[in-house]
Structures are given as C-alpha cells and as structure tokens.
Ligand binder design. Structure first.
Ligand code: AP5
Length: 254
C-alpha cells in the first residue's frame, strides 16, 4: 500500500505483481496502447478494461467530452481535432495529470492515444516518477503495446466507424454493425459518426501520426518496455495477443 494526497491507496508494486498469491488475478499495471488512427486502440482498451477492471484513459474521449460540454478546453481543441491536427502538448499533459489524480488508477490503467509526441512521453515519464515518489512505493512502470495495421485498411475502418454517444461502444458498419442500423445495441440511442472520420481529416491525422507519434514508438522500444502486435486480425485474437504480451512483459520483470 502507498499513501498519496493524505489518503491510503492500493498501489500495485513490483513485489505484489510477481507474488504467487496474485498469479491467478493478473493485473497488467499501467499500459499504453499506441498505433495509427483506426488500428483499434479504443476497441482493445474497452476489452482490456472489462477483463482487468482498470480504467481506460482516452485523451480523444476526454477532449470530445469537453467539446460536447462547450468548455474552454473543448472550444480550443475543436477546430484542431476536426482538421486532424494534434492539440498542444501542454493542454493534454494537464488533462492527463488531472486524470491520474483520480483514485481508480491505483490498480493500473490503460492510456489510449496518449502520449503521442516525444514531448508528451518525456513529460509523462517525469510525472510518473513524481507520482511514485509521492506514493512512497515502487509502482510498476508503464508498458507500451504498439498495434500495427496497414494504412489502406485503416481508411475503411475510420469511415465505417460509428460510436454510441452514451456508452461509447464502438461499431463499424462493415465489420461490426449494430443489430439495428444506426442504433446502439445497449442504449437504443442513435449512433454518431465522428467529425474527424472523413477521408480528408484521416490524411491529416496520418501525417501527424507519421511525423510526431512514430518517435514515441522508438522512445518506448529503446526502453525495453514494449511489444508490437498485428492488429489486422479478429478483434478477440488481437486482445489475446495483447494480454499474452502484457503477461510476458511483467513476468520478465518489466
Ligand atoms: P483519438 O480519439 O485518440 O483518435 P485516434 O488516435 O486517431 O484513434 P482512433 O480513435 O481514430 O482509432 P482507434 O485506434 O481507437 O480505433 P477504434 O478502436 O475506434 O484522437 C482524436 C483527436 O484528438 C486527434 O486527432 C487529436 O486532434 C486529438 N488528440 C487526442 N489525443 C491527443 C494527444 N495525446 N495529443 C494531442 N492531440 C490529441 O477502431 C476503429 C474502427 O475499426 C472501429 O469502427 C472498430 O469497430 C474497427 N475495428 C477495431 N478493431 C478491428 C479489427 N481487429 N478488425 C476489424 N475492425 C476493427
């Protein structure tokens, strides 16, 4: 156990993650999902969240929520997102810093879409060191999984994507349609098409990904806390490979 901000929190330590008593209740600790737009980060994060009972932290979802509520942050991000450009580092770093203050992250979490510039990765590295010091315990380091899918497959995934505004469940008109066209299976509410899921915005998002996010993959790869998985398979197969990779990384003492 560690103590942060004056209250006791359950902190997943190096020791507890490798304890035989915990072998059958494997928790992956902090996980980062990397990959180009549409590779399946959100889809996989939702499944990992259900399997491990740890939260998904999606910077894209937090920004879209701010846009929907018309906050200052949302208004600043709206135009950039619609054009497929990245939101400034400081804005997303502050958002993630605030989210990591919530107690539900203490058993681990899944970062989806952040960090996606080298500046964000470096800020996060030092922020996690500060949080560890404040917790007074050795916290498992972040491990990164890069999901890889060929670019020509991605455009179809992006243009076919539909999302439930209420439960955030992700559909695809080609590969995962809802039972009733345009309606969420769970909420019965109309599905939405993201404003940046157009061919033009996708091209810009890929440019930003190739120039700014590719170095982030190199950053985690160099640190040895990294695995790459093929995302061009059935969703459940991809989840199985990610979960096996997480176990391997933690069993290797990462
Ligand atoms: P964000 O929301 O993070 O978008 P993204 O990274 O472009 O990723 P996507 O959400 O488009 O794709 P995904 O990989 O999650 O795929 P999904 O699972 O939905 O960011 C949006 C914008 O916000 C950015 O452009 C930027 O402006 C801003 N932003 C966010 N974070 C930022 C940051 N850190 N810094 C600066 N700016 C930031 O799947 C896609 C589709 O494929 C779905 O329809 C799904 O059903 C289908 N699918 C999934 N897996 C499979 C499979 N195995 N087989 C067949 N279909 C599949």
């Amino acid at each position: 156990m560690g103590v942060r901000a004056g209250r006791e929190v359950a902190t997943l330590t190096q020791e507890s993650a490798h304890s035989p008593a915990l072998a059958d209740v494997f928790l992956p600790g902090p996980v980062l999902l990397l990959g180009a737009p549409g590779v399946g980060k959100g889809t996989q994060a939702q499944l990992l969240m259900a399997d491990y009972g740890i939260p998904q932290i999606s910077t894209g979802d937090i920004l879209r929520d701010n846009i929907a509520r018309g906050t200052e942050l949302g208004n600043a991000a709206k135009g950039l997102m619609a054009q497929g450009q990245l939101v400034p580092d400081q804005m997303v770093n502050n958002m993630v810093g605030a989210r990591l203050e919530q107690p539900d992250v203490n058993r681990g979490y899944i970062l989806d879409g952040y960090p996606r510039t080298l500046g964000q990765a470096e800020w996060l590295d030092s922020h996690l060191v500060s949080l560890e010091k404040a917790a007074g315990a050795v916290v498992l380091p972040l491990v990164a999984i890069n999901i890889r899918v060929d670019e020509q497959v991605l455009l179809r995934r992006i243009t076919g994507r539909r999302i439930c505004a209420q439960c955030k469940h992700i559909y695809n008109v080609y590969s995962k349609p809802p039972k009733q066209e345009g309606i969420c299976d769970f909420e019965g509410s109309p599905l939405q098409h993201r404003s940046d899921d157009t061919e033009t915005a996708f091209t810009e998002r890929m440019k930003a990904y190739n120039s700014l996010t590719a170095p982030v993959i190199e950053h985690y790869s160099r640190q040895g806390r990294f695995r790459e998985v093929n995302g061009d398979r059935a969703v459940e197969e991809v989840t199985g490979t990610i979960e096996a990779s997480l176990r391997q990384l933690r069993q290797a003492g990462v």
